[in-house]
Write a protein that binds this ligand. Structure first.
Ligand SMILES: Nc1ncnc2c1ncn2[C@@H]1O[C@H](COP(=O)(O)OP(=O)(O)OP(=O)(O)O)[C@@H](O)[C@H]1O
Length: 274
């Protein structure tokens, strides 16, 4: 069974939260518009508080917009669903279950027969290089291996879209690079929509086929860039050569100057309240 080839449309989305500090409301997202097609790897980057997690929570269906619309295919997003898999930063696996049981968990909840769900989970564990670790308990795995289980688990219900909120943030630099490369292989293999949040400009440039830069107060998308460093990696397999290339470094400096500018501006301003 392949995931349906459908696009995600975010149109005119605003989110305001009640502000505990100031009594009024905080505008977390303002007039956000975004389209993601099958095979797009969209990375969101921006200064702290620019609304990245709020946007991911909307896509996951954990949160509803104050205004605007989110459509996956023809269906409005009104809550979490098996058409979207989420990979969290950490602590999302069930420690009392082994690797296979964690990976097949979503299919078990759906009532899929054991043989069938084990076959699907095994395929996804192979995709992330954990074919020899089915029986391991989560505490027996390194942080990088745990994130591989997280990715396999998020893929197991064959979602149209994979949502990732800083999934590499807790990993050491070397493991992080290995998982970045693995993620690009998974992306090429599955051709799903990927939405990925990071604080690392280098990671964003390396992974994304589209980079959306967000700016805080109020949170909005201010810049969009189409990128091909990921495709260049998939052709050459030489991540170091790509990350040290002139155009990669030039793009990194452009993005850093935007984000540093936003951070300085945010330090000097109060959140926008309504
Ligand atoms: N539940 C909430 N209640 C009130 N305000 C919130 C809530 N969640 C987020 N905010 C505010 O909304 C804004 C956007 O927050 P969000 O977590 O989406 O940003 P972010 O870009 O993911 O930040 P970071 O990079 O620091 O994780 C911030 O000003 C934050 O303080």
């Amino acid at each position: 069974m392949t995931a349906p080839m459908e696009a995600l449309h975010v149109t005119g989305v605003n989110v305001t939260y009640p502000s505990l500090q100031h009594g009024g409301s905080v505008v977390a997202l303002k007039d956000v518009n975004l389209q993601i097609n099958s095979g797009d790897f969209v990375v969101a980057l921006g200064a702290s508080g620019c609304g990245k997690t709020t946007l991911l929570n909307l896509l996951a269906g954990f949160l509803s917009p104050t205004q605007g619309e989110l459509l996956l295919g023809n269906k409005p997003i009104v809550g979490p669903g098996s058409d979207r898999g989420v990979v969290f930063q950490k602590h999302a696996l069930l420690p009392w279950l082994n690797v296979m049981e964690n990976t097949e968990f979503g299919l078990k909840l759906q009532g899929v027969p054991k043989n069938q769900r084990r076959a699907t989970a095994a395929k996804n564990l192979e995709l992330v290089g954990l074919q020899d670790f089915h029986q391991h308990m989560i505490y027996q795995l390194s942080g990088g291996m745990q994130q591989r289980v997280g990715i396999a688990r998020a893929l197991t219900c064959n979602p149209a879209m994979l949502l990732m909120d800083e999934p590499m943030a807790a990993l050491d630099a070397l493991t992080r690079e290995t998982i970045q490369e693995l993620l690009l292989d998974v992306w090429r293999h599955t051709n799903k929509m990927f939405f990925f949040i990071t604080h690392s400009v280098e990671e964003a440039l390396f992974l994304g086929s589209r980079l959306v830069v967000m700016s805080p107060r109020p949170g909005r998308i201010t810049h969009t860039y189409e990128l091909d460093f990921n495709k260049r990696f998939l052709e050459s397999r030489d991540a170091r050569a790509i990350k040290s290339s002139k155009d990669f470094i030039a793009m990194r400096e452009i993005i850093l100057s935007i984000i540093y500018g936003d951070e300085r501006a945010a330090e000097q301003s109060e959140p926008i309240h309504v």
